[in-house]
Design a protein around this ligand. Structure first.
Ligand code: E4P
Length: 215
């Protein structure tokens, strides 16, 4: 499983990129709104940091024509822009047109296996099931990842599954175990993945022993 970061904050993206683990970035209108910057300028900045990995930019139109117009402008920002489309009838239409043109797509707001299958058949490069938001309403987000992974495997589907709406480190481990190809993770959770109290304790002990021996 690969790691994407789920943010539009440039400092978080730079920091995660410097760790050498970053395979891409996902943004969404809520994440961009927090930043108080021009969407296009921020995408340009992001693609200057993450030059090869996929950078998802979400459209806000609700009709396929509008989505395609936005997609054209967004895709012109950099070659690694992936067009993020909502899981709607209009989003599927736009997905098909873009995938036929060879433009990468990420179908977002996926909450069922059928939606994921539809998105894949419309040519989506990525499908994004939202784990945390399902957990929030008492449904099993991880079960959805597992179902989609089984269906894609059974039918030889090449669309990649992005485990999205990740809230904590267990989501990351379980997404990997259940067959997600990618997890898109908030910066705070990336930090949590690094932490282990025994690592800290181990470093403390090594340093103390070293100092003792070199007195
Ligand atoms: C994915 O691409 C979305 O940006 C994201 O994971 C949404 O997560 P949230 O439920 O924390 O808003």
């Amino acid at each position: 499983m690969k790691f994407f970061i789920d943010t539009a904050n440039i400092d978080e993206i730079k920091e995660a990129n410097s760790l050498g683990i970053l395979a891409g970035v996902t943004t969404n209108p809520s994440l961009v709104a927090k930043e108080n910057v021009s969407f296009h300028d921020r995408l340009k900045e992001i693609t200057e940091v993450v030059t090869e990995g996929s950078v998802s930019a979400e459209v806000i139109s609700e009709d396929s024509e509008g989505m395609l117009k936005e997609a054209e402008e967004l895709a012109a920002i950099a070659p690694n822009i992936t067009i993020k489309l909502p899981m709607t009838l209009e989003g599927l239409k736009a997905c098909k047109v873009l995938s036929d043109k060879g433009v990468k797509t990420n179908v977002t707001l996926v909450f069922s296996a059928n939606q994921a299958l539809l998105a894949a058949r419309a040519g989506a490069t990525y499908v994004s099931p939202f784990l945390g938001r399902l957990d929030d309403i008492g449904q099993n987000g991880m079960h959805l990842i597992s179902e989609i992974a089984q269906i894609f495997d059974l039918h030889g589907i090449e669309s990649e599954i992005i485990a999205a709406s990740i809230r904590h480190p267990m989501h990351v481990t379980e997404a990997a175990l259940n067959g997600a190809h990618i997890a898109t993770i908030p910066y705070k959770v990336i930090g949590q993945l690094v932490q282990h109290p025994l690592t800290d304790k181990g470093i403390e002990k090594f340093l103390a022993d070293w100092e003792q021996a070199n007195k």
